[in-house]
Design a protein around this ligand. Structure first.
Ligand SMILES: [Zn+2]
Ligand SMILES: [Zn+2]
Ligand SMILES: [Zn+2]
Length: 354
């Protein structure tokens, strides 16, 4: 198990390999050999299920009905639409604590990096990009995410469930296969903590939710990218990345796992249209997509949940890395104009308006 360390003074998390861990060193060597031997084979493709951990959830869609199945010792579920299993290179684990993992105090704070790390393969097709999946397939993915979130929050030591996509930032043949990562932590990650604090302060001072008032400002404004029945996509006023955009549910809701089936369908359409439009406007630029959700266990840290998308079109300089000041060479109003036009076209073709 790795260690989760905090900075001397800042609330910054860093996950590092343990001081000395024979087992994990051997395991990572084993993994390297395995990866080299199978370097041309994608572990996430149908037919290669035995190369991953058993499926914790395999969603099979038959005659419009969703079946939630799991692999057993003598049966591997085939013909799946979405498949979830434990990562074979986990950042956090639930395996028993090795003796080397210590809890220590500041300034050298560390704790075991305990948690679940699951991979969600978003579609059977190796080349099914997130920007090209069908809206139905996106719906299947979102249903699986809700299922996983609900299950993970019933587990002890799960304080926060983080969900993210790295797309086009491939390290091996499998990482090119569309997939999401789900990672849990026993503490709330710093960015969520900061956002929740900001929300709380705004609520106290203004009596309403900041996201709800941001949406009344951004809706139909110069930074709007796309609007559907239940969701609004816009480029934020002060984006960290060029072409960054956020997707918010229009109604005030803090818990993603409680959104309705109708909202799921609408979100699937929104994601497909914006990612499709973005990939055309930015020529398939790599991106990260993150879900910023409230923690679901009894907690005062609540945010109006949302999705943030960070296209990766240029690198950072010393100013960004060293001072937290971001220089953006494109105005968010201009980004919204470019993305908006591409995303509206995409939406029109998806809903059959030409
Ligand atoms: Zn594949
Ligand atoms: Zn709100
Ligand atoms: Zn956020």
């Amino acid at each position: 198990m790795r260690d989760l360390r905090k900075d001397y003074v800042l609330d910054k998390f860093v996950v590092v390999p343990p001081m000395s861990d024979q087992v994990s060193e051997e395991k990572s060597k084993e993994r390297e050999v395995k990866l080299r031997d199978n370097s041309q084979k994608c572990r996430y493709c149908p037919g290669n299920e035995s190369m991953t951990e058993p499926a914790l959830l395999a969603l099979v869609v038959k005659d419009g009905m969703m079946q939630r199945l799991t692999d057993s010792e003598d049966n591997v579920v085939e013909e799946w639409s979405v498949r979830v299993f434990e990562s074979d290179n986990p950042i956090v684990t639930t395996s028993s604590l090795p003796a080397t993992t210590l809890y220590t105090d500041r300034p050298l704070y560390s704790e075991p990096a305990y948690g679940y790390h699951q991979i969600v393969v978003a579609a059977p097709g190796h080349n099914d990009k997130f920007s090209q999946l069908s809206v139905e397939q996106w719906t299947n993915v979102l249903v699986v995410l809700q299922d996983r979130i609900r299950w993970l929050y019933t587990q002890k030591s799960v304080t926060y469930v983080s969900i993210y996509i790295n797309s086009g930032l491939d390290q091996d043949v499998s990482s090119a296969h569309p997939h999401l990562n789900i990672l849990t932590f026993s503490t709330i990650p710093p960015t969520i903590d900061l956002e929740a604090e900001g929300f709380h302060k705004f609520m106290n001072e203004n009596g309403n939710c900041p996201a709800c008032s941001i949406m009344s400002v951004e809706s139909s404004g110069p930074r709007q990218v796309l609007a559907t029945d239940s969701f609004l996509a816009f480029c934020p006023w002060a984006p960290t990345y060029p072409y960054e955009f956020w997707i918010f549910p229009k109604r005030h809701i803090t818990v993603f796992s409680k959104i309705t089936q109708k909202e799921i369908n609408d979100l699937a359409l929104m994601l497909r249209a914006t990612l499709g439009g973005m990939s055309k406007a930015l020529k398939d630029a790599p991106f990260n997509l993150v879900f910023h959700l409230s923690p679901e266990k009894k907690n005062s840290k609540q945010i109006h949940w949302h999705i943030e998308v960070y296209p990766q079109v240029n690198g950072w300089s010393g100013l960004e890395r060293g001072f937290g000041v971001y220089v953006n060479n494109i105005k968010p109003e201009k980004s919204a104009e470019i993305l908006g036009s591409a995303c509206r076209k995409e939406l029109a073709s998806l809903v059959g308006i030409t």
